[in-house]
Design a protein around this ligand. Structure first.
Ligand code: ZN
Length: 308
C-alpha cells in the first residue's frame, strides 16, 4: 500500500539531504556532512541488488515458495481469535486437504482447530412466487497447524545466518546506535521475526540467534531507525523494508559479513517481479547514503577505541 509518491520522485541529492536531516534531528554527535559517494559505486551496488533479487525470483525454489505461500489464506479476525484460543503457538494453519496438496499429512491423534467457514445456503421463500434466497451461514471446519503435520519440508526463503560475526563489530554497531539515544535488548520476538525497533527508541533482537544473524538484524533495525521509519506514514511498509534491508546488506558486507542470500531473498518478498527494478533503485539511493553514515560512525568508534 503506497501512501505517498512524493519521496519516490525526489532526486538523489534530496535523498542525501534527508539522511543528514534525520541524523541531525536525532541529535547526532558526529560530523553529519555526507561526502558524495562516487556515483559509479552506488550504481554498481544498485545493479548488484537488482541482479541478485532477479535471480532469486527466477529460481525454482522461489516459484515453489510463492505457490505454498498462496495456499495460506488470511483468516478473519474472528477466526484468528479462535485459532489463538485453541492453539496459541500456531504459525501456519491450513485444512487437511490443503496440507495434502503440499505433500504434508496430519499426524495421527492430532485434533483439528475448529474455525468457522462461511457458506452460501439456499433458503426456500415463504411466498412460493418469489425467488429462492441465498444467505451466508457459518459451519465449523477443522484446520491444522504446521506443527501437527509431517511430510515434505516447506520452502523457506529466509534462513537465519549461522556462525560468528567479525571480531568486535557487533559491539561497535551497538555502541554507534546507543550514541544516537537507542537501547538494544534481547527477548523472544514474535514468531517469524528477528527483531524490531519501536517508538521508545528500543531495538529488540531475538535472543538465541547466531552472532552473524544478530549483527545482520541489528544493522537492519539501525537502518530503519536512522532512515526515520518509525512512525513515518509517508512511506509504505514495502518501501521501508526495501530501504532498511538494502542498507543492512551494504553495511554488513563492508563490515566483513556476507548476507547476500538472505538479504536478496528478503528483498524479493517485498517486490513483485513486474516493478522490481524501479522500486529497488528508488530504495537503494537512500539506503546507500544511510549505510555510509553507519559505516563512518562505526569506523570512528573503532578509531577512538584504538582498534584500527
Ligand atoms: Zn524491517
Amino acid at each position: 500500500m503506497k501512501k505517498n509518491n512524493k519521496k519516490a520522485a525526489a532526486s538523489q541529492q534530496e535523498f542525501q539531504q534527508s539522511a543528514v536531516t534525520t541524523l541531525t534531528e536525532r541529535g547526532s554527535t558526529m560530523n553529519t556532512t555526507i561526502q558524495e559517494k562516487p556515483v559509479d559505486k552506488v550504481h554498481s551496488l544498485i545493479e548488484e541488488v537488482k541482479a541478485g533479487v532477479a535471480s532469486i525470483q527466477s529460481s525454482e525454489e522461489w516459484v515453489r515458495f510463492l505457490d505454498v505461500s498462496s495456499r495460506f489464506w488470511r483468516y478473519s479476525f474472528h477466526n484468528q481469535m479462535l485459532i489463538a484460543l485453541q492453539r496459541p503457538n500456531a504459525t501456519l494453519v491450513a485444512g487437511f486437504n490443503a496440507w495434502k496438496e503440499m505433500g504434508r499429512f496430519v499426524k495421527q491423534g492430532e485434533h483439528g482447530i475448529r474455525i468457522l467457514a462461511p457458506m452460501l445456503v439456499k433458503v426456500k421463500p415463504e411466498d412460493p412466487d418469489s425467488e429462492e434466497e441465498r444467505i451466508v451461514r457459518f459451519k465449523s471446519v477443522a484446520v491444522f497447524d504446521v506443527s501437527q503435520t509431517e511430510g515434505t519440508e516447506l520452502p523457506e526463503m529466509h534462513h537465519p545466518l549461522k556462525g560468528e560475526a567479525p571480531m568486535g563489530v557487533l559491539i561497535r554497531v551497538k555502541k554507534f546506535i546507543e550514541n544516537h539515544g537507542y537501547t538494544v535488548r534481547y527477548e523472544q520476538t514474535p514468531e517469524g521475526t528477528y527483531g524490531f525497533v519501536n517508538a521508545s527508541k528500543e531495538i529488540v533482537l531475538k535472543e538465541g540467534e547466531s552472532m552473524a544473524q544478530t549483527l545482520d538484524t541489528l544493522c537492519h533495525e539501525v537502518s530503519h531507525a536512522l532512515l526515520g521509519h518509525v512512525g513515518d506514514s509517508s512511506l509504505s511498509r514495502e518501501e521501508k523494508e526495501l530501504e532498511a534491508e538494502t542498507a543492512a546488506w551494504v553495511v554488513c558486507r563492508n563490515l566483513g559479513l556476507e548476507t547476500r542470500d538472505g538479504s536478496f531473498s528478503y528483498l524479493a518478498i517485498w517486490v513483485s517481479d513486474k516493478d522490481r527494478d524501479a522500486k529497488l533503485e528508488r530504495a537503494a539511493h537512500r539506503a546507500c547514503e544511510v549505510a555510509k553514515v553507519i559505516l563512518e560512525g562505526v569506523e570512528q568508534i573503532a578509531v577512538l577505541a584504538g582498534q584500527v
